[in-house]
Design a protein around this ligand. Structure first.
Ligand code: NAG
Ligand code: NAG
Ligand code: NAG
Ligand code: NAG
Ligand code: NAG
Length: 275
């Protein structure tokens, strides 16, 4: 029935319908942010290697099975800005609000940078975007990107390090080892600065364990040539706000950046038993 509808639409409004059909499949991209909300797997923005950066929002509904070579994409209300290299997480308070933190933002579909806000809020129930007011925001976080946020069960977002980008790719950038914390119940921002023994880190993965420890894997320093040793795992304790480092044993893998990680419960239990 649906395909018949599109065929009819195509015949009647030929030029317009081509556009409509295109909008049902996201073009290939990278550097988007993604978050699972219930059974909906959302992604936000991303670099499509064309002029300007999209502000598109897409999701897959995972509640029923589908052919992965033809995923049934749904588009949602677009972001107020074009978006790449940021990070997103789901509020555990209502399980429906998504926070997007940092990233490089553009006036949508143009090549004009626009750092209007370092935090955007998406209500997935009403498809509304908001720019929240943040108390005590640290302006050194503006234009911070290439980092990953985690959120704990109490609504505290932890964002480690990342790198600043100016309005031009060739502007000198600074990589950080600070911990930026946003409590979404009070919207108070705070920065925990670290001693030098905590490595600067960019393009790593961050995984929150149920014990409250965040495990950081891989990543780099300020230059892309300066990879951090992937076998040296930096760990942050969200209860004591302290750092520790563990050496990974077993297979040796090459250090790397821009990978992704998920926690699988079966292995988490093994990890916990051994630690
Ligand atoms: C999935 O879609 C592809 C591409 O249309 C098709 O070749 C394949 O047979 C489909 N697989 C199933 C299990 O339907
Ligand atoms: C949110 O989801 C978690 C995990 O599924 C659940 O324990 C919690 O009760 C949910 N909270 C609300 C407000 O729905
Ligand atoms: C960055 O590169 C552009 C184009 O190459 C140049 O016009 C601009 O002056 C450069 N900016 C800086 C800060 O070096
Ligand atoms: C803001 O962040 C910078 C960079 O981490 C840090 O040096 C500075 O102390 C922070 N300011 C406050 C008030 O926390
Ligand atoms: C990386 O860390 C591992 C584990 O501590 C160590 O065995 C290895 O020698 C280190 N690699 C380099 C290149 O320093």
């Amino acid at each position: 029935m649906k395909s018949l509808y599109y065929i009819l639409f195509f015949v009647v409004f030929n030029s317009v319908s081509f556009f409509v059909i295109c909008q049902n499949i996201p073009s290939p991209r990278r550097e988007q942010a993604s978050t699972l909300v219930g059974t909906r797997l959302y992604f936000f923005g991303g670099d499509t290697s064309s002029i300007g950066f999209p502000n598109e929002v897409w999701y897959l509904d995972l509640s029923s099975s589908f052919n992965i070579s033809m995923p049934p994409w749904h588009s949602d209300i677009a972001m107020p800005v074009g978006y790449i290299l940021g990070t997103s997480c789901l509020s555990p308070i209502d399980n429906s609000t998504v926070f997007l933190i940092g990233g490089r933002t553009w006036i949508a579909n143009t090549n004009t940078f626009s750092y209007t806000s370092s935090v955007y809020k998406f209500d997935s129930k009403t498809s509304q975007w908001r720019t929240p007011t943040i108390n005590n925001f640290n302006s050194s976080f503006e234009a911070r990107n290439e980092m990953q946020a985690v959120i704990d069960n109490y609504g505290k977002i932890f964002v480690f390090g990342g790198i600043n980008r100016g309005n031009d790719d060739n502007i000198t950038t600074t990589a950080y080892n600070d911990m930026s914390i946003l409590d979404i119940t009070t919207m108070i921002w705070s920065t925990q600065t670290q001693s030098q023994s905590v490595l600067v880190n960019v393009d790593y993965t961050a995984t929150l364990l149920p014990s409250g420890l965040i495990v950081y894997i891989g990543g780099r320093g300020s230059s892309t040539a300066n990879l951090n040793n992937i076998s040296q795992i930096q760990i942050f304790d969200t209860k004591s706000y302290t750092w520790s480092t563990k050496s990974a044993s077993g297979s040796t893998i090459a250090s790397r950046v821009s990978h992704s990680a998920v926690l699988r419960w079966k292995y988490y239990h093994i990890w916990r038993f051994n630690n």
